[in-house]
Design a protein around this ligand. Structure first.
Ligand code: NAP
Length: 277
């Protein structure tokens, strides 16, 4: 069994991006918009700004009060959309009660949608066209690639069907020629479906949900989940210790998919600025 070290891959990719930025006159700019005081969102925003600083992306942080109106938020996003210095715009979700995410997100042009959440970028993924891809599933693809794991012809099972993780993950694997099954909370015979997976991606947000008996011998197991176990310790959706005995490759939590997500945000910001990397 091999552990796929997301932290190491993330560091390597960030160093490559830094090199590219250092060698370029153009400095990629990322605007991060946070509305309200949600503590988890504040940490995420802080980490994103830190990652920008590390590699030389210029960050523009906008921290708006929770009573910001829909119009004020949309006006700011329109302003950022028009700015030549800003190549990527990220609206930190969830928004405080009273604000609607969808019309606000619609103000972000798809060329600057570095989260890959827009309808245009999701449509491009469906059509297998170049676009900005949702950071977490894109990071998973980079992790597979780094280990020389090709999804071509493999049976892939994705647990979770969220618009930001599960669905784009399934599309990426499908576009890479895997035979993909997506499971969700209404799926029947989930255990049997998982047992057929050559590549199993868990993105449901249930601590240690994927147990050893659900995993085929030699499967590649990717754990996207971020949860707390009964002792308050950080854990994924996979019962890591037991599943690791059967898997050929496995991603740990922490240190697996997590570090890749912010790295792919940096990657997408560079892609938006330079048009190719
Ligand atoms: P989400 O929007 O809550 O979606 C969860 C999905 O899992 C839904 O499709 C849901 O099914 C499905 N599900 C829930 N319980 C299930 C069960 N018992 N059996 C089968 N399917 C079940 O979550 P998300 O945003 O996709 O995130 C998923 C997990 O990944 C979370 O732990 C989150 O913290 C983590 N995450 C990590 C990163 C990272 O950087 N590592 C990034 C994003 C998310 P229904 O559609 O039927 O409700």
């Amino acid at each position: 069994m091999k552990i796929i070290d997301g932290k190491a891959l993330a560091a390597k990719m960030r160093a490559q991006l830094k090199e590219k930025i250092d060698a370029s006159e153009l400095k990629p700019g990322l605007a991060v918009v946070l509305v309200g005081e949600d503590p988890a969102s504040q940490i995420y925003v802080r980490n994103k700004i830190k990652a920008c600083e590390e590699i030389g992306v210029k960050s523009y942080a906008y921290r708006l009060p929770a009573d910001t109106s829909q119009k004020q938020l949309e006006d700011l996003l329109e302003e950022l959309a028009a700015s030549k210095d800003i190549h990527g715009i990220l609206l930190q979700l969830p928004l405080p009660k009273g604000l609607q995410a969808e019309p606000a997100m619609a103000k972000i042009p798809y060329e600057k949608d570095v989260d890959g959440f827009s309808k245009e970028n999701l449509g491009k993924l469906v059509l297998k066209e170049d676009g900005l891809v949702s950071c977490t599933p894109y990071g998973v693809m980079k992790m597979l690639e780094s280990e020389g794991i090709s999804p071509k012809g493999k049976r892939a099972v994705v647990l979770g069907r969220s618009d930001t993780v599960g669905k784009p993950m399934a599309l990426l694997l499908l576009n890479a020629d895997a035979t993909v099954t997506v499971c969700h909370s209404k799926t029947q015979n989930l255990k049997e479906i998982c047992q057929e997976a050559d590549i199993l991606v868990a993105a449901i947000g249930r601590a240690k949900f994927v147990t050893e008996d659900m995993v085929k011998e030699g499967a590649v197991v990717v754990d996207v989940g971020i949860n707390r176990d009964e002792n308050g310790k950080l854990c994924g959706d996979v019962d890591y210790e037991n599943v690791a005995k059967k898997a050929s490759y496995i991603t740990p939590v922490p240190g697996g998919v997590g570090p890749m997500t912010i790295t792919m945000l940096m990657y997408n910001t560079c892609l938006a600025a330079f048009e190719s990397i």
